[in-house]
Design a protein. Structure first.
Length: 135
């Protein structure tokens, strides 16, 4: 329930309240990977980049880490205004994370295609639109 409440706050970009709910969920169940992944997104929104990066790295090192964590990490860096980070760096990191997601075994085709579209969007925002057919 706490994770779900945190997701509501995340959707309306109330980063502080979202982070608080995800932390509460993690106190109840320290192994709750979804709450930890959502906490990373909230920390990026708050501007706690060092904490977000450390937690994200810890999650990525966890055995059996779901591919979705890479996708979520890409989304968190794709946010238009990541405090403390220039847009170019943020979009470049998002692209790397989406590529990592696509390379994971077992990723459904529709999800890989969605990540591909997000990579294309990042490239356009970076001023490097992908080549069209026949280029």
């Amino acid at each position: 329930v706490l994770n779900e409440v945190g997701l509501v706050y995340l959707r309306v970009r109330n980063w502080e309240l979202a982070a608080a709910k995800f932390k509460e969920a993690l106190k109840t169940d320290p192994g709750f990977i979804a709450a930890a992944a959502n906490l990373v997104i909230a920390q990026v929104g708050i501007g706690e980049l060092a904490g977000a990066e450390a937690l994200a790295n810890k999650l990525m090192e966890a055995r059996g880490t779901p591919a979705e964590l890479w996708f979520n990490r890409g989304l968190s860096y794709m946010e238009e205004a990541v405090p403390g980070m220039v847009q170019k760096e943020s979009l470049e990191r998002a692209t790397l994370f989406f590529n990592e997601f696509i390379s994971r075994p077992g990723v459904a085709l529709e999800n890989a295609e969605r990540a591909g579209r997000l990579i294309e969007r990042c490239l356009v925002l970076l001023g490097n639109p992908p080549n069209g057919p026949g280029d």
